[in-house]
Design a protein around this ligand. Structure first.
Ligand code: AMP
Ligand code: MG
Length: 394
């Protein structure tokens, strides 16, 4: 019988997307703004280029002037304004980026000329004006970057070119991580019988950092109801979003769903028809959001990428859209159960997608070799080799 509390991927996404958020601003220096989200519209303070300039090393002259030779009246370096007006029969030697002298409307590049005794002759023609005209890239006051833009190196370069030293960006939200499981120990500690390393803290913290948000380690908790409630209550005070890993399934020691309720959270999502990650929980208390993720490492990773990342980006004023690419599937994919939608770790190599050996949501090694996730809708149990598929890039 269908589980009525189980939501489709799309329905769960919609519920999380309707959670109200408030973006906080922080003005930072230009380099500190890399990987942050712009919290102000940027308008061009001046035109770009700011003046007519040469696009080549060459000679500036009047394009209609067909003299056999042009007298060189001055040499104009980048950064030095020209001193003289160019008249018929004359030219100014000019460097790339230097200001075009008055009178001239064309630059002939050096390779097309011959210079002798203070005169320049055009010996070949590239038929180009070789001028970057004032305002051709940007007009003064033109919108350059919109609020909500992710600032990557190209945008930092653009801001610097317009003279910005600081910009208003979204303050990185604090994302608390609580890992649950009596079996967990930290890497660096020898493992005793039955213990495993806590990899979920590291995967979540790395994923949070990659978004430009701030991971907050709230520690490991043993599988105990009271301890879990206490950790959630204090985590909610300190963080904007809380993520718990482990303890959300139907085992005897899975205390997280009840603990989330007992900590005052209202649960909006209690199960998603997705593989991996079916027992995922999403809840909120006032302006704080909390997720309970199944502890298997591939589940934790995938659910973060699909459901939590968009919320964190929204907390920074950015509407996240996953980057996808198309590839041809090299080998057939099939599954026996197709009741749930699935996200499958996949590797794209030279334009071809390879379904790897994947043993399920504990198989971190498969995820470690993947560079994408393949979304398989509910009801579909096979994709033939040679099919064109859409892959969500990791
Ligand atoms: P659970 O969701 O608590 O039932 O855990 C499911 C599986 O994930 C178990 O095999 C756990 O040992 C494992 N697991 C839980 N938490 C973590 C973690 N933080 N890092 C790595 N594996 C974990
Ligand atoms: Mg557990």
């Amino acid at each position: 019988m269908a589980d009525k509390s189980m939501l489709s991927v799309e329905a769960a996404e919609k519920i999380i997307a309707s959670f109200p958020v408030r973006v906080r601003r922080r003005t930072v220096s230009l380099l500190a703004a890399r990987n942050r989200i712009l919290a102000q519209d940027i308008l061009a303070p001046f035109p770009m280029p700011e003046f007519n300039k040469s696009a080549m090393d060459g000679y500036a002259y009047i394009s209609a002037d067909r003299s056999a030779a042009y007298k060189i009246i001055e040499t104009i370096a980048a950064g030095k304004p020209p001193c003289k007006k160019v008249l018929p029969g004359q030219c100014a030697k000019i460097m790339t980026g230097a200001m075009l002298p008055p009178g001239a409307d064309r630059v002939v590049k050096r390779e097309c000329t011959h210079e002798e005794n203070g005169f320049m002759k055009v010996i070949a023609d590239d038929n180009k004006l070789n001028i970057r005209v004032k305002g051709e890239d940007l007009k003064a006051g033109q919108m350059v970057l919109e609020k909500g833009t992710l600032l990557r190196p190209a945008q930092i370069a653009l801001l610097a070119s317009l003279g910005f030293v600081k910009v208003a960006t979204a303050k990185p939200p604090r994302i608390g991580i609580i890992t649950t499981g009596t079996e967990l120990v930290e890497p660096g500690t020898p493992l005793q019988a039955g213990q495993i390393y806590n990899s979920n803290y590291y995967s979540l913290a790395a994923q949070i950092r990659a978004l430009g948000a701030k991971p907050v380690s709230l520690g490991r908790v043993i599988d105990n109801a009271a301890v879990t409630v206490k950790a959630i209550v204090s985590g909610l005070q300190d963080c904007d979003v809380l993520i718990l890993s482990g303890g959300v399934s139907a085992g005897d020691f899975d205390y997280v769903p009840t603990a989330m309720k007992n900590a005052g959270l209202t649960l909006h999502v209690e199960k998603i028809s997705v593989q991996p990650g079916m027992p995922t929980i999403f809840g909120s208390r006032k302006e704080k959001a909390a997720f309970g993720l199944p502890g298997n490492p591939v589940s934790t990773f995938v659910i973060f990428d699909v459901f939590i990342k968009p919320l964190i980006m929204r907390l920074m004023g950015h509407e996240f859209q996953p980057l996808t690419c198309q590839a041809i599937l090299r080998n057939e994919y099939c599954r026996s159960q197709a009741a749930r939608s699935a996200f499958l770790p996949i590797r794209i190599d030279k334009g071809r997608a390879i379904v790897m050996d994947y043993h399920g949501s504990a198989h971190l090694h498969a995820l470690g070799q993947a560079n994408g996730l393949l979304y398989i809708p509910a009801g579909q149990n096979k994709i033939s080799a040679g099919s064109m598929i859409n892959v969500r890039c990791l």
